[in-house]
Structures are given as structure tokens and as C-alpha cells.
Design a protein around this ligand. Sequence first.
Ligand SMILES: Nc1ncnc2c1ncn2[C@@H]1O[C@H](COP(=O)(O)OP(=O)(O)OP(=O)(O)O)[C@@H](O)[C@H]1O
Length: 956
Amino acid sequence: MEEASTSSAEGFYPAPDAVNCRPRSSWTPRRGPFSPYVLQSSASPSGLAQRSSSLRVVVKRPLVARLTKDIVETYHNCNPTFKYSDALNPKRFLTNPSVGVQNDGYDNVNSDLILSVNFVLVNRSQQRYIVKDILGQGTFGQVVKCQVSETDSHVAVKVIKNQDAYTQQALVEVHILGLLNSKFDPDDNNHIVRMLDYFVYQHHLCITFEMLGSNLYELIRMNSFKGLPLSIIQLFSKQILRALVVMKEAGIIHCDLKPENILISTSLNPAEIKIIDFGSACFEHRTVYSYIQSRYYRSPEVLLGYPYTTAIDMWSFGCIVAELFLGLPLFPGASEFDLLKRMTATLGLQPPDHILNVARNTNKFFKRIGHIEDTGDAGASIGCKSPYQILTEEEYEARERKKPVMGKQYFNFVTLEDIVKNYPHRKNLPDEEIAKENSTRLALIDFLKGLVEFDPVKRWSPLQAVRHPFVTGEPFTSPYRPLLETPRIPVSQTVMVDYKPGGGRLVDSGLSPQVAKMNKGYLPNSPHYQMSSFSVASSYGSMGSYGSYNDGIGVGGSYGSYGDSNAYAYHPSVVGPSGMSIHAHGGASILGASPDASRWRTSQMHQGNGFGASPSAAGAAFGPMSLGASPSQFTPPNSQIQVTGGSPGKYGGPASPARSASIHGSPLSKAAAVGQFNRRRSLGHPTGVSSFQPQENNATSQHWQGHQADAITSASHHDGSSRGHLGSPRGMQIQQTSNFHHWRVQKESSEKLECSSSSPPDPGDWDPNYSDELLLQDDASDVSYINAGIATGMRLSHPLGSAILTGAVGKFNQGSNQLATSSSCSTTNLRSNATVQAYSHVHGNPTSASEMHAMGYGPRSVPKQPPLHHVMPHFMPQSSPSRFSQQQQPTHRFNHNHGQSTFARGQPTPSCNTTGPRSPGQGAFASGSSWGRRAGHPISANPPLSHARKDYGRIS
Ligand SMILES: Nc1ncnc2c1ncn2[C@@H]1O[C@H](COP(=O)(O)OP(=O)(O)OP(=O)(O)O)[C@@H](O)[C@H]1O
């Protein structure tokens, strides 16, 4: 099987025994996947030349590609009566488990829609999205790569679990992203993912996004966790800051910023990134949840239970920047206590007294050693006159009656300054480059200090940060003193949706009938929404646009105003899920596949050649034959045919299981949680190692119980939101509402240990973009390596192209988006052509969002993504009473107490992982393909195995 497909085009001579058919006299040899070995004389010059040329062009095509290319033709050659029909292909399930037990067999036990390759999702206007692959599996469902039927373009579709709580939360994402896309970033200049469509299919809310590539964590991993070059970090920082500027303008907090949620664009510019996953986002004036942000990136105010603002995203951003440089998380806290300990040690400071005086969780982490006097010293130096002192581990244990989970120290130095300064330089850097880099490192240190600032009021805003010399590239001479920001005018826009009972604008608005039916007749019994019924019998239309923002047009008098926190009217939510009366929609049915049959096929395909029909079988049945997975649907050789989620980068998942999304807030049972964990685990890590990860204590939360009827009363929650009035960074006043202290205490459950293992696959065996050429690539420059890394690992061979979602009608930014040309961007081209100049579009020194537009941040020169269908649901999830209901709290990615979740963020654990997934040298790209190599790694222990991505728990 190990064959190097060389330029020599020898014919394919089938071995009759092997293919179980006789060679026929009419059969003509042709080029095929197999060719006989032809001995070439090394003596002859021509033989030498031939051999050396074949040595040079060693391109190893994926094994599956080699085996399946031209297979139909080969079969047909063997047996002219052979006919191929893809209708008979066995299903290649992307969802695991693939046994339909709910929703008429459409859903599995986890309420996930059972998806298989070529499954078709159909929206109301009959736009067909043909499922091709799974991109990831998140808290809320599955994200799949789909082909848009009318075009040859691809989109990413997030298929939400068929449960009210998930749907509710996903609608927040629809709403917020719709707002950001249409109102704040209509020209797609600000690195926020575009939402193209949304609809309900088989009771599942589906959200369609532009297709992006892999995420920054994968990029870091590809570089063996050795960090990226500063020039690249600078480019990424600019882009992220642009998004944050816009989000701050919109008063939107992302709440889950982390490397995994920053994806590399598949556009022609390989260094363009976009922020995704607004499923945790909220409006600044509606910060209802206390469990937000993934642990490593969690801000001190969230940790401490203090009112938060958009500044928490800036903290996360600081952590991300540091991680891009170090290759490892700056604060890889194995628990919240550990996280806080690391923060204080690394920064040499502790949170300011004025925060500790009022924060809900102060007593959990600090002891009082003096009188409280509000010194006003934000970030008072440890040991100074603060009356608060962080607990020792022993004190914590005594207080909490359990040992704190503490992670290893990964860096040889303690303070931020030392860690950055002493980080090894890349190999073979000339002296002058080292000097230059050292200077940039000073700028980086200063930059980071402004971001990971304990006091959210002093923490730099995105606009302040974007002018820092580290970002602008100006020489760094002295500590940056940002200009004070003029008080920001709070976002105040009335979001109204035209509404005419019985039709009207909703028809135009793109509301799907299913969506409409979700609320139709729905009465306020639901614990989610106390709202009036919404009798929009014919509020149908295609997806893609959603209502209008016409001010002053009442929506049955029931739509409140965003931006005015006092004027919320909680009434009809068009998409209130509790009133769902969704009917099965047309489209591919998967009911025909019995679980047994699926299993049988799985087994067959797993053990066999993966085709589902062998030539001999072809000989046995001359009707239309099935070949199983098409050659383009590569399956990792060591995975089941039921390809599991979490594989955004095609290299085995975004990270170790614990880094992947957890099931916070899942109303599912423990078993389901385990199932999800295992599903992630089953794909394994490309490095093929075992990881043994103690989880952070999973909350057996009494908070956000999902469907739990006995969720503890949170009567105050609706008005317990903290409100931050953003103005001058120094003058921000936090208004603490009376119920602030009613935030509830969480219980912690004991930590759990998980162990995962998998064997290392050869990416060449299943990654269609892989070729050995990549491994022959030399260290050229940082940027070219980045390009290579990006181009090879980031699915760049599939630029979005012109995804014209013809079926989607409604209001969207027609003027602002050029159609992308569906040009294919080959890996090789990207590698060879992409240079640092390719990034020039992100240069500049914008001072405000509007200035940025004016300062060369206009439409990019690269083709734009397809036309966007800006959708704005005419509901107000963020202000929905469901969030504040006393009866029931919706889930929001928090750990729930249906048992102990098995996958809170994993902890770095030492014992079981001798070759942890983060271990350099183990990755698929570690063998010489990493760019930005460092001479060494300044860590004193194995890198953390996983990230604490989403353990939104344990804030008491
Ligand atoms: N537009 C996109 N293009 C390509 N891949 C995507 C896109 N959107 C999401 N993905 C993939 O799907 C994964 C899950 O997406 P997302 O984070 O939005 O879902 P989620 O349910 O909120 O997940 P999580 O719980 O991890 O936050 C991402 O990590 C990414 O790998």
C-alpha cells in the first residue's frame, strides 16, 4: 500500500485473484492507483534522471484518495455491467451516537440531529444544504460543513440540539450576531463571523455561517506549542481588536473569547481571522450570568463575582495574546483558586480592594487581615496595605474542606515580565533580529500589562489598546499611556420588528414557518417565556433576513428597546421554543437506516476497505452499486466510520477532549454527558497519546438547571444584573443593584479524572491537503511558515466562493458584500505566494471604529464572502423573561447538576501523560513542519494538556 505516486504513469494491471474477475482481452491498461514496479537501470543517465526526478516529486496522496480514485472506473473495467449509484452508499454518520431514539428517529439520545454525509438540511425557501463533513461539536450541537446546493460553495451550519434551552440560547447568538453583522459591521470589515441564514429543520434550529478554517489553538498546536512570531501576533491582535472595538460600540460582550473561537478565514488572505461563537454573548447592560468565560481566559471580576462589562473580553484578549507568544496559556488554572493564584503571582498584584470589598466570592479566595479600607488602589501590590490576602492552599482547604486543585508550573519564571523576556528566541536568529525582537518584547510586556489589568476600569479598552506601539508597530520607548476615552455614548437603538398579524413583514422577514409555529399558539405556561401568544399564521418566508429595525413600529406593542435597560417589554418571542409545534420538514430522511444496519455498515466499512462494495461484490450484483464514502469524504483510518465531532482542523479535533466544549448547562443526563465526552475522545488527538486529565471540580450546580423543575429560586436574578456605565475608563461607575449579592452559591463536586488515548494517524492517510512536500519545506521565514501552516492546516483549499443563497430572501447587506469568486486556493499556491505583504490590509492605526473604516480598513481587496443575509430576529433573548424567570432558568453553558459532567476543562496532569497531546514533537506537524521554531521551550513541566474552555462553573 505504501506507494509513492510518481510521475511515471504506468498502467494498472489488476491481479485477477485480488479483484475476483478475469482480465478481459478488451481491457486496456490505464493509469490507476496501483502500478507495477518497474526496475529502472541506474546505470543509464536517463534512468538516473528519471529516478532523481521521481525522488523530487514525492507527493504522498492520502491513502483513501489513492484507494478510491478512479475506483468506479476500475470496477467498471472489471465488470462492464457494474453501475454505480450513490443512493446506495452506506451512510457515513457524522453524529455519534447515530441511533435515533427521539424526534421520530431523527435525534439521538443527546437530542442531536443524526447527520450523515449528504444529509440535506432544507430551509423554508428550499435552499438545500448538503452535509459534507463535521467541523466541530460544541455545547449547543454540531457544526457541519455543508455544500450549498446551487453553488459549489460551502458554509458552516450549526445544528442546535433539539431542546428548548439550547434553542433559546442559540437564538441569542442569532440575535447578537445579526445585530453585529448588520448594524455594526455591515461591510464585513471587522473580523466577526458572518451569519448567512438560519432556519429550523426537523425541530432543530440551524444557523448558517460563512465557512472558516481552523482556529488559533490549532495554529499554536501546529507549531508544537512554541508560540508564534511577534509579527503574526501583531497582525492577529489588530484584527481581534477591531472586532472588540465594534463589539464594545455595540455594547456586546462576547463572554467566551479564546483561541478556539478565533478562526482563520478561508478567504484568499490566509492571515485573516474572525471571531466566532456568540452563543455566550450578552449585552453589556444585561449581564445576567455569572458563569461565563472559559477558565484560562476568565477575568478576575467574573472569577470574583463582580459586575462585569466588555472589559472581560479585553482580559481574555490579553490572555490570548500571551498564549500566542508563549504557545501555552498564560494562566492555565487547574481550578479557580489555582487561576487566581497564578494571576496574582504572575502579575505581582492582587485585585484592588474596592473590588474585593464587594465581590461575591472574595471570601472564597481571600482572608481578611486588617480593616477594610477602600484604599482605591487597584491592583494593590501583594503584601501592601490591603486588608485582603489570598489564601494559602492549606487555608483554602480548611475553608472549603477540600484540597484545591492546583496545576503545575509550566514556566521557569514567575512574573509576566520574566516569562516574556526569557522566552527562548527562535532558532538561528541573527543578533540584530534578536535585539529587535527584545525591543518588541518590551512592547509586548507593556501591552499585556494593560490588558491583564485587575481593575476593569483601568484595563485598556479596545480603542486604547489598538494604539499601543505593539499593535501599531511604532518604536516602543516608554510605557504606553493611553488617551482617556471620552465617555462612550451607550448603545441606544430601538430594535423593532414590523409585525402584522397574519402576515406582513414577517413574510418578508425571512421567518421560517417552523419558526413561526414555534410560537404559534404558545402560551405563557412555559417557564421560558411569559409572553403573549404570537399568532402569525403566515409569517413565513425564507431565512436570511429578519424583520427590520424600523424604529417606532410597534410589534404588537411588545418589543422592547435595546439600549434602554429600563424599557424592556417581554412579550412575544417569535422564536420562543417552548411553544414549538414544529413539523417535520422535507429533506433527506434518515429513517430508513435502522440502527442495526448502521452498525453493520459501520463495521463493514471500518474493517473492510472502506468502500462498502468490493469489486467482487460488484461482480455479484450488477445493479446499481454503492461504494460507500466518496473519495472526497475521507475518513480517518483509525476512526470509525461514524466520524465524531471536534475535528475542525482535520487533525483529530480541536484539542484534547477537555479542551473541547463541555456540556455546561446541558439538560442532558450524566450519561449523555459522558457520551459527549467519549464522542470527543473517540476521535482522539492527532498526536496519539494518552491524556489523563483531572477535571476541575464540576459544579453540581443549583444554578441554571435547564429543565430542572426544582431550580432554586432566583427571583432576584432578573434585576440582579449588574450594570456598568462605560465612560471614561477611569470614571466608570459600576452600579450595583440591590440583588447583586443574591447571586447564588454553587456547590462543587469532586474532580473527575478522564483518560483518553488514541493512536497516531498519519495525516497523509486521510487528510486530502497533506503531502510530504510540506515536510520538506525548510524554515524560510516566520511568515512563510505561518502561511504554510495556515494553508495546510486550515482547509484553505476550500474558499467559500460564491455562496449565493438564492433561496434566502430578505434584508441583508447587498451593497456591502461582493461575491466571492469561487477560486480555488491551493496549498502550494498559498505557500509559495503568501508573503508578509499579504497581510498589509490589516496595517494601520485606527483610532476608532469609524476611523478604522476611514483609514484603510475599508473593503478588503480579497473577494468577500458571499452576500450576507443579515438576520435580526424579532425577539429579545437577552432580555427575555426566560432568563430571569423564577420558575426556570435556561441553560447557558453552565455545569448543571444532573450529575457530574465529565468534561469540564481538563487539568494539566502529569501522571498519565508521558507524551501529552501538547507535547512538542508528537503532533502531526511537529516533525519539522513547525514554523517559528524556538531553540527550546521555557517550561519546566509538560505543557497543559487541555484548556479550561468552558467550565462555566464554580463561581460561588
Ligand atoms: N464558521 C465556521 N467555519 C468553520 N468551522 C466552524 C465555524 N463555526 C464553528 N466552527 C467549528 O465548530 C466548532 C463549534 O462551534 P461553536 O464554538 O460556534 O459552537 P459551540 O456549540 O458554541 O461550541 P463551544 O461549546 O465549543 O463554544 C468550532 O470550534 C469550530 O471548530
